[in-house]
Design a protein around this ligand. Sequence first.
Ligand SMILES: NC(=O)c1ccc[n+]([C@@H]2O[C@H](COP(=O)([O-])OP(=O)(O)OC[C@H]3O[C@@H](n4cnc5c(N)ncnc54)[C@H](OP(=O)(O)O)[C@@H]3O)[C@@H](O)[C@H]2O)c1
Ligand SMILES: *[C@@H]1O[C@H](CO)[C@@H](O)[C@H](O)[C@H]1NC(C)=O
Ligand SMILES: *[C@@H]1O[C@H](CO)[C@@H](O)[C@H](O)[C@H]1NC(C)=O
Length: 318
Amino acid sequence: MSFKLLVSAVIALVVGYYWLNYVKRGPIYESDKKLDGRTVLITGGNSGLGKVLAMDLAKRGARVVIASRNLEKSSKVKDEIIKESGNHEVRAMQVDLEDFDSVRKFAKEFDESEKYLDYLVNNAGLTLEGMTKYGINRYFVISYFSRFLLTNLLLDKMKKQSAERPVRIINLVTFAYKYAEVTESGMTKDPKGFMDMFTVTAQTDLANIQFMRNLSRQNNGITTYNFNPGWVYTEGYDTNLFYEARLLFYVPMILFGQELHYGYQPLLKLLLDDSVVKYSSEFFTGFDHEELLPHATNDSAWEPLMKKSLEVTGLSSI
Ligand SMILES: NC(=O)c1ccc[n+]([C@@H]2O[C@H](COP(=O)([O-])OP(=O)(O)OC[C@H]3O[C@@H](n4cnc5c(N)ncnc54)[C@H](OP(=O)(O)O)[C@@H]3O)[C@@H](O)[C@H]2O)c1
Ligand SMILES: *[C@@H]1O[C@H](CO)[C@@H](O)[C@H](O)[C@H]1NC(C)=O
Ligand SMILES: *[C@@H]1O[C@H](CO)[C@@H](O)[C@H](O)[C@H]1NC(C)=O
């Protein structure tokens, strides 16, 4: 074998090793913590990150409720989780986060039939064009306003128990908040194409962060976390993404998208680890805690957003 060939082979091996272990894979969160008697609600728990998280938490003994639009799909996933985990405390419920009536109905049913809510994972979300009947685009309604509504409708339940049973709320967001200064301009716009979608994503993320900050600072035993998974290869990239992004991300996703099994590990840490509590209301990219940028901690921006959120969702107060 020539020297050149040998060098090439060594480089290929090193790059391959790095790619596999640090790009496609990553650290595993090691913990044998059990969650018997704890209740977790995961929106959109029938696919992607929500589904692998639901499976893991069921294996730890938690009571797991998954909720999304497609009940038939969720019921199949529920059966799959019960079969694999041996835990029968798994429930599938229906909610359409594009419709506030559906969110209200769901919250009522959950409140009346579930004794506790220890972990709320606001995970459902997808990136599509289009408007809702509220005059706000679908993205903002699904990924912010309905989370605002649902979380507030279940807040009393969480507050009541939080002295004895600390509550954690985790909101799935993206890095894009860094590029949004305001939240309002993107709400009423039907996003078309890449730039619009980015603006809307960024503003939704920022709104979520401001909401989580307010909740966390109410000091009622509820801690909140904004989680950006980074790039994880989920079903959503094939089905739930707007057209231009699907084209653009197709190859990079296969090359660089993290495998799901590794991508959800940081979520476990945010749910299970005591060390994260001091970062309540803050931002995580994967396992890494990141300081929020100053524009996201601007307290005077919350008041107008809160008013708008009450108005849009029809809540009277929080
Ligand atoms: N994967 C990534 O790299 C990445 C990066 C940054 C942020 N995120 C965020 O992480 C979250 C999960 O992403 P994923 O990639 O795991 O997504 P996914 O596989 O596409 O799953 C999305 C889930 O949301 C549910 N859903 C969609 N629209 C809904 C609606 N109107 N009402 C109720 N449920 C609805 C879907 O179930 P039904 O179809 O049954 O409704 C599905 O369970 C999202 O919020 C996403 O923005 C992901
Ligand atoms: C949270 O928001 C409510 C409603 O705007 C406000 O009254 C309260 O002072 C805020 N709390 C904190 C700690 O920011
Ligand atoms: C904070 O938010 C308010 C209200 O949106 C805005 O007027 C002000 O310019 C912001 N301040 C900074 C430093 O961004």
